[in-house]
Design a protein around this ligand. Structure first.
Ligand code: ZN
Length: 342
């Protein structure tokens, strides 16, 4: 029988301090050359073991081999200058030092496929692999070549599709595209954001997911959330079109957020990966708090379509906090499984 409520993480997990400076995003590597390659693989093994120990059902690489979920992918492409970085405002919210597009973009070789094969060789559990979505990619770089967000998004969608097909062939079960930008640029989402996402998943036979969130638990995001009022209705903009799309799973934030739960009705029929762990606080949820959130979501989603997860990536959190939160997630899901079988 298929396991109900399979747990997973929405994105990154903290890196060990011997790999990169902890508790920050874009943290520089602590090693280089051969040593760095070996350390990344060791960290990947470790993050897998931590997920297994916590009882997570759908495991991931915890993004141990990437400095950042968007820029690391972009930096592996031709047409990108990642040494001469530019500072731009991303998500209409905060400044970041990002790579520049200086010519036609293309992917000469796979970016994460070897890492995915390595993870696949370590476990028989289902694997989820995250890639940046086209719209979030163009929002995390400086474009000095195409001068058109839409044009560049279509180019990236083609490249992402090449990578996704190879990840699928490497044995990845779920390919997830991260699109936090979907919560910010509503007109673009509906004009071409979802269309380029569909291009990125074209021809895939594995399951596909889109993760739309309110970002890492960093100050710029936490300050932004304070301006969003008592009801966060951003999902209302993208959900109707996503419901019509061929994406299988929609990943969204719930725990401690002000997202009205009934917005989930707008993606009726989709599987829902629901954030039941807050990544913006070091306070570890109790399993009962996780279960409470899942119970509320179950008013709008069938149990066989509910995937408990985290709100977003946990890279900026202390490792012991992340471990505690993963454990709370799997114990919370276990409470609900018990209730459903009673
Ligand atoms: Zn996220």
């Amino acid at each position: 029988m298929k396991l109900l409520l399979p747990t997973s993480t929405a994105g990154s997990l903290p890196k060990p301090s011997w790999l990169a400076e902890p508790e920050k995003i874009w943290s520089p590597w602590a090693l280089e050359g051969e040593q760095l390659l070996e350390a990344k693989q060791d960290a990947l093994r470790l993050t897998l073991q931590e997920q297994q120990h916590a009882g997570i059902d759908i495991v991931s690489d915890g993004e141990q081999t990437r400095q950042h979920f968007v820029t690391t992918f972009i930096e592996h492409l031709d047409g990108v200058d990642f040494e001469n970085r530019k500072t731009v405002k991303i998500r209409d919210r905060y400044e970041a030092s990002v790579p520049s597009v200086v010519g036609a973009v293309s992917r000469q070789k796979p970016v994460f496929v070897d890492d995915a094969k390595f993870l696949r060789a370590q476990t028989d559990q289902p694997i989820k692999w995250a890639l940046p979505g086209p719209m979030t990619m163009i929002d995390t770089l400086y474009d000095g070549h195409y001068k058109s967000r839409e044009k560049l998004a279509w180019e990236f969608a083609k490249i992402l599709n090449q990578e996704a097909r190879e990840l699928e062939a490497a044995g990845v079960d779920i390919i997830q595209f991260d699109e936090p930008a979907f919560n910010v640029f509503f007109d673009d989402v509906n004009d071409w954001g979802i269309a380029t996402l569909e291009r990125a998943i074209e021809g895939l036979k594995c399951e596909t997911a889109v993760h739309i969130c309110y970002g890492y638990g960093i100050k710029a995001n936490n300050d932004w959330k304070k301006t969003l009022g008592s009801e966060w209705r951003q999902y209302e903009q993208a959900f109707p079109k996503l419901q019509q799309s061929s994406i299988d799973i929609v990943s969204l934030e719930c725990q401690n957020s002000h997202v009205p739960m009934d917005l989930i009705e707008l993606i009726r029929g989709k599987k829902v990966m629901v954030g039941a762990i807050d990544v913006a606080t070091n306070t570890i949820e109790t399993p009962e708090e996780v279960a409470d959130t899942l119970r509320k979501v179950l008013q709008f989603v069938d149990a066989d379509k509910l995937y408990p997860s985290t709100n977003c990536g946990m890279a900026p959190l202390p490792r012991e906090v992340a471990r505690g939160k993963l454990k709370a997630l799997s114990e919370g899901a276990a409470i609900i499984r018990q209730e459903l079988s009673a």
